[in-house]
Design a protein around this ligand. Structure first.
Ligand code: BTN
Length: 317
């Protein structure tokens, strides 16, 4: 066993037993675990978890996914530590159906626009799904449809109030809960090779390294969550949508978006190519573009790619 395998075993024992006695042999590994962000309480030579942690488990996740969808996941991997699940899954052999990669800890988690995605050990969900599309129909809607699927997954678990900041940031109570990073590669032989990365804050309570206003399910719902249950729900919702991508009903899609639109009728700041300007957000069009009204203009303008932040919110009209 190498150090990482030993550390993973110690982490699982800690989850199982809740407390572990400090010994000469496990001191180094316990330090590594703490450096990854796991909060441990220390007293009289014993280290105890700050809260009950259920490790990621393929068996538990698959148990919450229906058999047809389960069969379509050819590759299912859980790593203790990795750089970025998106990067690692993209480097693997492409399979016919879905590949899923999860990790307990990312040391180089990637966000959109080259930002870092803070990924402390065992607190949250770091998930990547890879699949192949021969036909590009509605491929540009994948980020938005993934965000809607995450809201449905949360809704199925009794968590209401999920909103989406175009194109695919998930908000709860005005704070960012989850982010999505979609990357696509094209080659003539296989068509489009998609990697959808999802980072969702679950049990994280404190973190000074995040430079945006954030929340977690634990903070917003005031209880601990089993990540495996949430992951089953997210995989079920997203795969069902990806399976029927070419049949998306665009009218229903826009209606569904409207009921989750975090930006609607807000004054927003749009940043593109280092330039910033303000406008009012007016929902999306059926091609997934953000519709905006610039000051003094009565014509809606479509935005296909930009960084958007909210300046002020107006009441819904
Ligand atoms: C964002 O900036 O909002 C997107 C964040 C995406 C984070 C997820 S975590 C799993 C996957 N692996 C990564 O390195 N990034 C994505």
């Amino acid at each position: 066993m190498n150090n990482i395998d030993e550390e993973y075993e110690l982490f699982k024992s800690l989850c199982n037993l809740n407390c572990i006695e400090l010994t000469d042999t496990n001191k180094f590994l316990l330090d590594c675990i703490k450096q990854k962000g796991l909060k441990l309480k220390h007293s009289n030579g014993t280290f105890c978890l700050d809260y009950k942690i259920i490790p990621l488990s393929e068996k538990a996740i698959r148990a919450g996914i229906n058999s047809l969808l389960n069969e379509s996941i050819n590759n299912f991997d859980i790593l203790y530590e990795t750089s970025s699940t998106n990067k690692i899954i993209a480097g693997k052999q492409l399979t016919e159906e879905y590949s899923v990669l999860l990790t307990e800890f990312q040391n180089k988690g990637q966000g959109r626009r080259n930002r870092q995605w803070v990924s402390p050990l065992a607190d949250n969900i770091y998930l990547s799904i890879r699949f192949n599309l021969v036909e590009p129909d509605n491929i540009h809607l994948i980020p938005l449809l993934t965000a809607l699927s995450i809201c449905s997954a949360l809704n199925n678990l009794g968590i209401d109030g999920c909103l989406i900041k175009w194109p695919n940031d998930i908000y709860l109570s005005g704070k960012k809960l989850a982010g999505i990073l979609v990357e696509s590669y094209y080659n003539k032989a296989n068509g489009f090779d998609l990697v959808v990365g999802i980072g969702l804050n679950v049990n994280m309570q404190f973190n000074d390294n995040i430079d945006q206003v954030w929340t977690s399910l634990r903070i917003s719902q005031n209880k601990l969550f089993d990540r495996n249950i949430i992951i089953s729900e997210i995989i079920s919702e997203t795969l069902q949508v990806y399976n029927k991508l070419s049949e998306v009903d665009l009218v229903t899609f826009v209606q569904d978006w409207n009921s989750h639109d975090y930006l609607y009728n807000s004054d927003i700041i749009i940043t593109n190519d280092e330039k910033s300007y303000t406008a009012v957000a007016r929902g999306i069009s059926s091609d997934g573009a953000l519709q905006i009204l610039e000051s003094g203009s009565k014509t809606l303008k479509k935005i296909y790619s930009a960084d958007v932040s909210v300046k002020t919110k107006h009441s819904k009209v």
